[in-house]
Each structure stands twice: as C-alpha cells, then as structure tokens.
Design a binder for this molecule. Sequence first.
Ligand code: T68
Length: 830
Amino acid sequence: MELGGRKAKVEKMFGLMDEFLKNDTISLQKDILDHVEFTVARSRFSFDDFEAYQALAHSVRDRLIERWHDTHQYFKKKDPKRIYFLSLEFLMGRSLTNSVTNLGIQDQYADALTQLGFDYEVLAEQEGDAALGNGGLARFAACQMDSLATLDYPAWGYGLRYQYGLFRQIIVDGFQHEQPDFWLNFGNPWEIERVHVSYPVKFYGTVEEEVLNGKKCKIWIPGESVEAVAYDNPIPGYGTRNAINLRLWAAKPSDQYDMESYTTGDYINAIVNRQKAETISNVLYPDDRSYQGKELRLKQQYFFVSASLQDIMRRFKDLHRSFDEFPEKVALQINDTHPSISIAEVMRVLVDEEHLDWSKAWDIACRIFSVTIHAVQPEGLEKIPVDLLGSVLPRHLEIIYEINYRLVEELKKSFGQDYDKLSRMSIIEEGAVKSIRMANLSLACCHTVNGVSRVHLETLKTRVFKDYYELWPQKFQCKTNGVTQRRWIVVSNPSLCSIISKWLGTEAWIRNVDLISGLREYAKDPDLHTEWKNMKRVNKMRLAEYIETLTSVKVSLDAMFNVQIKRIHEYKRQLLNMLGIIHRYDCIKNMDESDKRRVVPRVCIIGGKAAPGYEVAKKIIKLCHAVADKVNNDPDVGDLLKVVFIPDYNVSVAELVIPGSDLSQHLSTAGHEASGTGCMKFLMNGCLLLATADGSAVEIAEEIGAENMFLFGAKVDEVPALREKGTTLKGSLQFARVVRMVRDGYFGFKDYFKSLCDTVEDGGDFYLLGYDFASYLEAQAAADRTFVDQEKWTQMSILSTAGSGKFSSDRTIEEYAQQSWGIEPCKCPF
Ligand code: T68
C-alpha cells in the first residue's frame, strides 16, 4: 500500500478505537454481557455461573491484552536488554483474581457482578488451576513472573503448554489414584493462540560435513520436524501498566513431518505419524526429583528450547545485525538443568547457521547464560544417556563432546594429570551407561550458578559442585527464594491485606514489601490483636467448612490448626508428622479426664501428591488415612485430635488452607530441602513455623528471631556424622512404641505398612526420624504451651508477618536482575 493510503487507514483505525477500555460499572457489565452473547455464545438472559465466569474472564483478558500490547510496543521502541526465563514447568494456579487484583479493578468487577445478580467469589471458584508443574520449582517460576512484571523488567517466560497438567489425586479407601488433568477441556480464556508464531523443531537424522567458502562445516540433516505453535499468557504487574508475556509452546504436526511416507504412497501411516508429533507437549512428567533418561522428556526439553531460541533470535535480528551485540541485549536464565540443552543449541545456531567461529560463539554463550539449581543431592541432577542424545540430537551430541574436549584441556592447565578430578568434572560420565551430565554442561558455560538459599549454596559449594567451586568461586551466588505477596496475601487473604494496609497507613507494601516490618511496633497492641484474631478465626471457619465438605470431618475452631502441605517425600518426613500424631493419640488414650482438660485440641491437616511410581510415599498417604479413620472415630478423643488428609492439593487449595492455619510444619531432614517456599507463604500469613534448621528456615529464623518459631532436630553439619553411626543410632522408647503400633496393625493394613516401618528402623533410618523424634515432640509441646497463651501466640504471629519482607520474590528478582542478568526496569508510561 502506498504511504498516504496507509496513513489514512491508520488514522481511521485510531478514530474507531476507544482510548482504553473503561472500568466503570456500566462498561464492565456491558463487556461481560457482550462476551456472554458473542464469545460464550449463550443468551444474555440465560447463562449459568460457569458461563458467567467465562464471560468475566474474557472481559478481564481484553484489559490484559491492552496493556500487554502497549508493553511490547514500548519494549520494542526502547530495545532494552531482556531477560528470557526458560522453565519446563510453571505452576500458575488460577488467573482471574490475580489478574483483577493486579489490574486494580476487583471492587469494580465485584460491584458490576452484584448488580447483574452474580457473586464475584462464586464465579472465581469456577476456575480450574493451571497446573503445568510439580511443586516448588514450578510455583517459584510463577512467583518470579509476577515480580518481573510488577518491577517493570523487560522479561519473557518460555515453557511448554502441556495438554495434561499434573495428575489429579483422588483417594479411594485411603489409597492415592491418579487421574488425568484435562485442564483445557472447557477452553482457557487466559491464553492467546498465535497461529502465525510458529517454528519448526527438528529431531533425529544425521550429521554431514560440507565445505563452505573453503571451510569445512557440519550440517545436520534432521529426520523429523515438528511445528511449535505459541500460546501467549499475559502476566500483569501490580500498580504498573506493564504486562509481560509467558509464551508456552504446543506441538503440532508439521507439513514436512513425514514427506517421504506421502511420496511413497503410505498415506495412512503418514497421517498416524503426523498425530504422533503432538504427543511431545501432551503430558507433564509427574516426578519431582528423579531423572529417568526418557526419550520423550528429552524431546520436550529440546522442543521448547529450540522454539524459544528461534523466537529470541528472530526478535534480536529484527533490530540488530551482529551477534556481537547479543550479550548486551539478551540474558537467558535456565530454571534448573532441564533447559540446559539450550547451551548446545545456541552453539549449534551460532556456529553452524550463523557461521561464527567456535571461540567467538562460546564467548557469547558464556556471557548470556545463568542457571539456578533447585536440587540438593547429586542423584537429583539430570543425566542423559549418550546413546539417547546421539539418536535424538546427533549434532548436539557432537557439540557437547567438543565443549567437553576444550573444557578438559582447560582443566588440565589447572589440575594437571589429576584424573579423578578431571573425570568428576567432565561433562561426560563414563560408566555402565555413558551419560551427559547436564549440570556440568551448565557449570562449564553459565556465568552465574545460583543456589536457592544460603544453606543450599553452601552444600553446592562444599559437596555437590566442590571441584567447580574451587575453580570458579565467583560463579557461585546465593539467591534465596521468595514468593509474591500479591498472590499469597492480597489475593488469598484479603482480610489480612486490609489489616496490614490499615496499620501501616498505606498500601505501598504491596509493591515494596520491606515496609511490612512497620507492623513490629504494633506487635503488642491489643486492638491489632483483636483484629488479627478475628481475621484468623474467619479464615479458619472457611477452611473448616471446606474440610467438612470434602471429608465429612467436623473440626472445632478452637483447636490449633496444624498443617503440612507439600509433595509427599521421605525427606520431607510426613512420616515423622504421622508418628507424632500417633504419639499424641496414644497419650490421650492413656489420660484420665482431668489430664485431658489440659490438652490443647489439634486439627492435623496433611495434603500432598506422591509421584505415581513412588511406593513409599503412597504408603505414607495410606497411613495418614488409616490413622485418621481410627482417631476421628474414637469417642475417647473427641475434639482433642482430628486428622484430615486434604485430597488433590494444588495452588488454589493452598490459597485456602494457608490463611486458615495456626501452625505449619517443615520437617525435612537437615540438608535435604534446597530452600522451601511453602514456609514463606505461611510466614507471610502469620502462621507460626515448626521447622528443622534447613533451607530457607535458617534465614527465616534470622529475620523473625528463633524465639518466634519452633525449631528442632539435627543441624545440617551434624547429619553426616549421625548417618555414619548407622545401626548404633536408636530412636527413643517413645519412637519404638509408635512404630510398633503401626507394625502390630493397630491401624490395620499390617502387612502393607511393614516395609514403611522398616525404612525407619533396623539401622535403615536414612532420614533420621528416630534421632529427631524426641526433639520433634519437644517442639510440638512448646507449640502447645504457647498456644494456651493466646496473646503471646498472636504477638509471634504478627512478628512472623512483619519479618516476612525478605521472602518476597520481589527481593529475589532484584538480586537476579542486578547480580546475574544485568537488566534495568523498562516502565511503560500510563
Ligand atoms: C524445589 N524443587 C526444591 N523440583 O525441592 C525446594 N525436580 O526446596 C525449593 O524451594 C524449590 O524447588 C524452589 O527452588 C523442585 O520443586 C521439582 O519440582 C522437579 C521437577 C522435575 C525434575 C526435578
């Protein structure tokens, strides 16, 4: 189109547009009803709560898209250095309330809906969780996105759009069963399908040598191509116009998928193979620790990495000619080692496609990548069998060999012929199954290697990556995790949010959480105590109703709500919790009536999923139910003790449970929890913590004072020596007694629980339950004594919230931005 015509067209379009969508009641109502009629295609005179939710979500989405467009236009104009956050998992939970809160229009929507005869909260409950992740790592990624948007950083998230998220847990006769999470069945209003943003991703094939301009080069002749299609999820910041993008890739068959079969006439097979392409993004792997070297998992990793890098490079090339500028414009963060194949991919593109020489390409790669490790044990680090990698990504295997060759040559300069060290540091692990150590690939390349708490970084430096730390100490940094106060206070605990704002006289803490420490000076104020206790009671009431609906167990609001919600793992020691409950039950059974009057009533709430193949964890879930059956139906016990397992624990369940908890438990054997982020959410909500000195709990104790929480158990540096003692270590008599009760079939299922009991006895007590039991009971007793003194308890609760500022993901993101990524805020003007 010639220039004058184009200008007229643009002017005409602007003339037709409102400046911004309006947020007054009438405009919101009109938008919602329009979406009922035209998006949901229902009559505006007849639609149900779910359809109303869909229409509401679409009207919010319109407002998100508006900001998201503006933000991207602005980023394009300013062209700042961007951070690209690559993660195989994002646990976003629900989006509606988070979005309207961050957009600052929740009250307007609530009013608009009331006048239409709907209740905002009822509609919000219609939304399912987006559960594209397993646990802490994935939820932390979601919190980081919220902070990046709020702090105006020019950021993009990249991940996979799984068709099935984390399995749904259903409980049948106390046993966990897994059901698929069909989360996309009713559509997903929060995503925008970008059919025109798609890239081919190649697999398999062979590598050939070619001569180009007199130079020998390698070319990869792939055997399969799958199309990656973008689905964009706008992430709004709070108190800013910025909305960033989380781009998730879905696999679609490519037109070039299997051309050979078409041309050879094998039409049916060609179609069947096309369908197979989609399986790449079908399902999230439900194991949150172990790595199994599965072909599909490797294909998932490369699929999202390759599409993301093509997208990033295209955006870069739109504005820049030379890759010399790449490190000035691009920072790539890899969330654990899962996306670390991106290092080999960047090298392949720069060397094979952009024809940079190796050392220049490597220099660029080393300046753009940083990694965060979320695992503690060396067994938790990913290894990919060489044969597998060579078959799926033959050229990448060659590149990794070349990186390793140069690395080992470099290492020899420092360590000479110390072959033990060289073999430990090598990217290639020799052994029965020759494998690629993805962590070592990351260590060799990344300019920063982040631990997720101080204790964790120490473990990485002194044990897991000792050799690398000695060589490159400057790479290792501590970035203690955090969580977003927007979701974990403002959205999930609105009454607490109002109390904080009222007593601080400002809402500024929602963006600048350090201000929350201002609550300290009111920690003894009787008026604040009254408001605080009311808030807690109302939240407990909501939780009690939920428990009754789900489990038919009625619980007393006067009881201490004592909670452990997280993935089920031996190292997280839900079994210790259960044995403690059995001990309490046993004590109550042996009390006379006058002793019983002194017992602090407890509701013990447990929730969490076990990986489908993790037998021990599944037995722990069954034990929770077996104990609950016995205890809850025992007339001798009544309200003094109730045990509740909340099925299908997920982000939205956490949003309900955390605000209604009095005490939360974080029981990992010291040295096993890299950080832990659940404890931070409880802390923000004024729940007291009963915890081992592990991961971030150590730093929490520093912030709020150890006297304001209940710490127990062996310390990190004591654990190895205690393990050495092995069989000579015996738990107390009390410990032996409760294990015996389980062994003897007191809770039924004698044979089934035998192996569970074996894990903590006969010298095999790897996670030191026996050793820590006495001090665990003492910490529980201290919690009881404190609970009786409600003024003291409330004061500790206020001090917990007041001391939670450090554990905001805003602080974490500021540290990443300044110390690792070298990026600046880029705030879109209003
Ligand atoms: C968690 N890790 C840590 N991993 O256990 C926790 N792993 O201490 C920490 O607070 C959190 O990360 C955030 O840093 C995980 O959640 C996984 O979920 C996972 C998933 C797949 C493979 C390996």
